[in-house]
Design a protein around this ligand. Structure first.
Ligand code: MSK
Length: 591
């Protein structure tokens, strides 16, 4: 099977010098064939030790598990647990940022600061906090307390969900009994109700899963808001994407994972003259070259213009170029295989988080109280590894595309305000009503080994753009579009229909881009999906309609992680017709 539609990835897969014994995710996938058909359909259960049980989907074998659970119950339990797993990941991410926020306010993390007071005040006001005449630090403390209370049982609806969703959605959630009062409590509830001998009603289990998805939305929104407050709300930035951003004459350090807490600091210290000089003394005539992978890559691309090397599924391929001196990882979407692949090269894999270690990698504990020194020590590891590089193993592909990223909700509304300062949403709404924009599609999610990398993203977007559908993208979806050249003004001219091109040209020129906005707007990492909801909610509120009445859809056509399942589920709760491809299962649902 073809492995990737990305020419850079294919080039390295075909020409790398890591030796025949080197295995990638695609080799391991082939070695797993045939995969368990019961597992693929979700009709096996191992929640108790009497199992595993499986249901015959053809009606020729058992139709119940040993406890009596039907296929519907087993599938509902499996789906609910996937959503709980995704929610736990986003909760951990958000809570980590909140805990560092707390240290900053206590003066215990001096290398961080509140960088976006405007966003702080906007989130505080939205959350019902009085900001008038109050010192920033007081507002920040109250907002932090509110954020932390969302994780424990506050006994009332979660502020972040209640204050960012329109009334229509809140009414639907209330009627269905899916309003969470705690992020972590809701995760625990799903684990409880899906354990042996508790909830056996598939509909009831799914309602619990929907409630958990609302908790996931809340966690994602908190993570995005607090990150913007600490590191700045993204604004459009021009950079490059794909493996061609790696440089033979530089120390190449990849930042991989999800959280900006470490990566943002590394992005900052990498421009320090002393470290650059150390890299040059080590023989790297072009100094330091920091690149991003996965959603950590999206975070530093959006805020610092750091080039994006590749996405999750091809993380090993970055090492196989032979020029990656260090891969620094935090958590989520990091394959343990990278340490094995790195053994074939000189690359040092550095884990940094206590909850995410890996055999074969070096662990350098990241301490937020001493963030800059930790970041410098990590960069120096990369410089040291550069001296072990083997020139005979170098295989850097040529491909890299220009990518305009950084379209936070604030940036999109800011661009629209250049067209109509008094009523920024009017140009968007008018063009939807006039049919120049026929709809908006949010692409989110990952790259799966089960389809040639990026194939679904690229084929779907070409057709949608030709039909004048505006595209928003996050996570590895945004990486796919960045690497394939869909985040440029030229892409608008090449792929967008007439109506959409005219709109994007008018906005781009009014915003001073000298050409159209890209037809695919990079809105951030996978945790940043609420940014797209914020734009849709602003439009819905202005029109006085529910989200479900807007021509907005969502798709994760190459989904991998439980996080994608959680996000897709809250998109359904949000009223967006949603497509989530889970090979061989493919769901298209709406509410
Ligand atoms: S990194 S969750 S593979 S989007 Fe956010 Fe990409 Fe999916 Fe991980």
């Amino acid at each position: 099977m073809k492995r990737s539609t990305d020419k850079a990835v294919t080039h390295v897969l075909n020409n790398h010098k890591g030796g025949k014994q080197l295995q990638t995710v695609w080799d391991r996938y082939e070695a797993q064939q045939p995969q368990c058909g019961f597992g693929e359909l979700g009709v096996c259960c191992r929640h108790c030790m009497q199992g595993p049980c499986r249901i015959d989907p053809f009606g020729e074998g058992p139709d119940r598990g040993i406890c009596g659970a039907t296929a519907d119950t087993i599938v509902a339990r499996g789906l609910a647990r996937a959503i709980a797993g995704g929610t736990a990941s986003h909760s951990g991410h958000a809570l980590h940022v909140a805990h560092v926020f707390k240290k900053i306010l206590a003066g215990k993390a001096p290398d961080y600061a509140i960088q976006d007071e405007v966003k702080l005040k906007a989130v505080a006001v939205r959350s019902g906090i009085d900001v008038e005449g109050r010192p920033v630090i007081d507002v920040a403390r109250e907002l932090l307390d509110k954020a932390l209370s969302e994780f424990g049982d506050k006994g009332e609806p979660l502020t972040w969900a209640a204050s960012t969703l329109p009334l229509g959605r809140i009414k639907v959630c209330s009627e269905l009994g899916i309003v969470p009062t705690s992020i972590d409590g809701t995760i625990a509830e799903v684990m409880h109700r899906t354990t042996y001998g508790v909830d056996a009603d598939p509909i009831n289990i799914l309602l619990g899963a929907l409630k958990c998805a609302v908790a996931d939305y809340t966690a994602c929104h908190i993570a995005t808001d607090l990150s913007d407050i600490l590191f700045g709300t993204p604004q459009p930035v021009v950079s490059k994407a794909n493996l061609g951003v790696l440089r033979e004459e530089a120390v190449n350090i990849a930042l991989h994972g999800h959280n900006p807490l470490l990566s943002d600091i590394i992005a900052q210290v990498a421009s320090e003259p002393k470290l650059i000089a150390e890299a040059k003394i080590a023989g790297a005539t072009e100094g330091l070259n920091v690149v991003g992978i996965c959603c950590t890559g999206n975070e530093v691309l959006m805020r610092h213009g750091i080039p994006l090397a590749t996405s999750s599924i091809s993380q090993e391929v970055a090492i196989m170029t032979g020029v990656l001196d260090a891969m620094v990882v935090d958590y989520q979407c990091i394959m343990p295989a990278i340490a094995t692949v790195a053994e074939c090269f000189h690359t040092k894999v550095i884990t940094t988080m206590a909850i995410a270690k890996m055999p074969g990698a070096e662990h350098m504990a990241f301490n937020e109280e001493n963030a800059v020194e930790c970041a410098r020590a990590i960069v120096r590891q990369g410089i040291e590894r550069f001296t072990y590089r083997n020139p005979d193993k170098v295989c850097i592909p040529q491909e890299s595309s220009t990518a305009i990223a950084g379209f936070s909700a604030e940036a999109i509304i800011g661009a629209l305000a250049k067209v109509n300062a008094d009523d920024p949403l009017k140009p968007l709404i008018d063009n939807i009503v006039a049919g120049n924009i026929r709809g908006i599609c949010l692409f989110a999610g990952c790259n799966t080994v089960k389809v040639p990398q990026d194939h679904n993203y690229v084929e779907m977007v070409k057709k949608l753009l030709a039909e004048n559908v505006l595209i928003l993208a996050t996570g590895c979806a945004s990486s796919a579009y960045a690497r394939h050249g869909f985040m440029t003004s030229e892409a608008t001219k090449e792929y967008a229909g007439e109506g959409l091109t005219a709109v994007l040209t008018a906005i781009g020129e009014a915003a001073g881009l000298g050409g159209p906005l890209p037809p695919v707007l990079h809105m951030g990492s996978c945790v940043d999906n609420p940014r797209a909801v914020d734009v849709a909610v602003a439009v819905a509120n202005k029109l006085g309609v529910d989200l479900s009445q807007l021509p907005v859809v969502a798709s994760a056509p190459e989904a991998v992680t439980e996080k994608a399942v959680a996000i897709g589920t809250w998109a359904v709760v949000g009223g967006f017709p949603t497509h989530l491809a889970w090979y061989r299962q493919c769901w298209a649902v709406s509410w």
